[in-house]
Ligand binder design. Structure first.
Ligand SMILES: Cc1cc2nc3c(=O)[nH]c(=O)nc-3n(C[C@H](O)[C@H](O)[C@H](O)COP(=O)(O)OP(=O)(O)OC[C@H]3O[C@@H](n4cnc5c(N)ncnc54)[C@H](O)[C@@H]3O)c2cc1C
Length: 424
């Protein structure tokens, strides 16, 4: 390939979107990815014919940055039902999005999950956020989710039975102490589009991005050990140089490569555990998220992914994904049994007993704290950084930070070209 003008370290969504933006402007770049494929935290394993995302996650079709870089038809997105089933007092209660499913919503107006007033308040919050621009959400004063929900007047019942498992599951924080700006942004995204998964797994997202790049742009199995000035040293000892380097790793690695003075590390990481089970028959038969509204137990939420996209399971089988928040200090063998015991109350003893455990993923570094930072990408001339930890911890935040870093590089390259042309 032509000698790269830019070397990007890390092939997650941030690094890929950075490479895409540079390629759009025909700036030659080389992306170095340490692992065996691109995707970073968005990967899917094929196991026994099942597609197992590395941790349950979903794509929101309203994400503006994703709309810029992805073609939803290429991902063949499969939507979830716009609402949830909340398990409480031995049965499921339906909570439906009042605008997308008005009839369902009306039918469940007096369900045990919240008061009529709560449902009116959900509609009002939805309307307020739909009218507000994304920029004004980010520029608002920071509050916690709990603070916003209390100020809006939601009852403790709906907070504990619905918001806590739902938003606790989105932000891996059942205490709801997460950034209210992040909550309002994601709430707006839920309101303005679908919650979906790509037909063949979440990894279709990074794969699609990689396909938009020239084949020799990406090198996998290239673990960067050291950066000095404009030279990178790989674990193999190979050295590579470029006038511009973009570090697009996770925040902790970026800090290790760059040092604290130029790049503050995430203060902490939020963890999550996803267990996959197979069954002969789906316990749900509809693409709906099920929440634990009881305020106790290990399970936070469950979805039958093959009901959302049948390609997640081989024919004649169902794929069940169960999410436990954090990293429970219980061995995997015991965890799967305890999760099944809990779910026997949800779906009956006999069917759950037949479920086969496929795999457990413990993701220690799922989301960096704080979830919202919005830090500029340029560290010094020729050195830039991007990733969800520089913008916000989401698919959209990672993609956006990659594009912003690329635009900072492009601005500097153009400025240098003008200076060279102007020189006597
Ligand atoms: C379980 C889970 C659930 C989630 N759920 C959602 C969700 O539902 N919706 C949502 O919007 N977001 C969700 N997220 C967050 C979202 O996936 C991340 O914010 C986003 O993928 C981060 O992308 P990134 O490119 O910033 O970082 P990463 O994905 O971490 O990419 C960094 C890349 O750098 C590579 N790398 C690291 N060190 C080196 C090195 N030394 N040399 C070369 N390469 C290196 C890594 O291998 C990796 O590929 C979830 C995340 C997880 C883990």
């Amino acid at each position: 390939m032509t000698k790269p003008e830019v070397i990007i370290i890390g092939g997650g969504l941030a690094g890929l979107c950075c490479a895409m933006r540079l390629s759009e402007s025909e700036v030659p770049c080389l992306l170095l990815e340490a692992s065996d494929a691109v995707g970073g935290r968005v990967r899917t394993d094929v196991f026994d014919g099942f597609r197992l995302d590395r941790g349950f996650q979903v794509f929101l079709t309203a994400y503006p940055e994703a709309q810029r870089v992805l073609t939803s038809s290429a991902l063949r997105l499969r939507p979830f039902y716009p609402g949830a089933n909340v398990f409480y007092e031995d049965k499921f209660h339906r909570v439906a999005d009042p605008l997308k499913r008005p009839l369902d919503s009306w039918r469940t107006v007096f369900s045990a999950v919240g008061t009529l007033g709560d449902k009116v308040r959900i509609g009002a919050l939805r309307q307020r956020l739909q009218q507000q621009s994304i920029e004004s959400i980010w520029n608002a004063k920071e509050r916690t989710i709990l603070n916003i929900l209390s100020t809006e007047g939601f009852s403790p019942t709906i907070i504990d039975r619905f918001f806590r498992p739902f938003w606790g599951g989105v932000f891996l924080d059942p205490a709801l102490h997460t950034s209210g700006r992040m909550f309002e942004f994601v709430f707006k995204m839920f309101a303005e589009g679908d919650v979906a998964i790509p037909e063949q797994g979440m990894e279709m997202i990074p794969r699609y991005l990689a396909q938009q790049l020239k084949p020799d742009t990406i090198r996998v199995g290239a673990w960067v050990r050291h950066i000095e000035d404009q030279t990178i040293t790989l674990a193999s000892g190979e050295r590579l140089s470029a006038p511009n380097i973009v570090v697009a790793t996770d925040g902790t690695t970026a800090y290790q490569l760059l040092g604290g003075t130029v790049c503050p590390p995430p203060q902490a990481w939020r963890a999550v555990t996803t267990l996959y089970f197979s069954a002969n028959v789906s316990p749900l038969s509809e693409p709906v998220l099920c929440l634990n509204g009881e305020g106790k137990g290990l399970v936070n939420h469950l979805a039958v992914l093959s009901d959302v996209s049948p390609a997640y399971a081989p024919s004649g089988a169902a794929l069940i994904s169960v999410t436990v928040l954090g990293n429970p200090p219980i061995p995997d063998s015991e965890l799967k049994d305890r999760v099944k015991t809990e779910l026997k109350r949800w779906f009956g003893i006999r069917p759950v007993r037949r479920w086969r455990h496929l795999k457990t993923y413990r993701i220690f570094q799922a989301q960096p704290e704080p979830l919202v930072t919005r830090e500029p990408p340029k560290l010094r001339d020729g050195l830039y950084v991007c990733g969800d930890f520089r913008q916000n911890a989401s698919i959209n935040g990672a993609m956006e930070s990659g594009r912003i870093a690329a635009e900072a590089v492009l601005k500097d390259i153009r400025r240098e070209m003008v200076m060279v042309e102007a020189a006597p």
